[in-house]
Design a protein around this ligand. Structure first.
Ligand code: ZN
Length: 89
């Protein structure tokens, strides 16, 4: 099923123009040797098993801009997209 995502800069486009960049607001704990096993487990768990409403970082390949998409990872319903002002790699 083809979905249309809305780039905050370009508007609605086919999902094939977008690339999933990870989960927003769940940065890898650093430095790893100082992180408790519980904190580490939380990080790993959240990264792999997020169900339901989630904030994700996406890239619109056509314009190269990063943005945050808030959507339900089960139903794929999209609640909103917004510009992302975080660090770029
Ligand atoms: Zn765009």
């Amino acid at each position: 099923m083809m979905q249309r995502f809305s780039c905050p800069f370009c508007g609605p486009r086919d999902e094939t123009e977008f690339f999933y960049g990870g989960e927003a607001g769940n940065e890898r704990p650093e430095p790893a040797e100082n992180i408790s096993p519980v904190r580490w487990a939380q990080y790993l768990h959240m990264e792999k098993n997020e169900k339901g409403r989630a904030r994700e970082i996406w890239v619109h390949l056509t314009c190269g801009e990063f943005f945050v998409m808030e959507r339900d990872t089960v139903t794929h319903e999209i609640f909103k997209t917004e510009a992302f002002h975080g660090e770029r790699t």
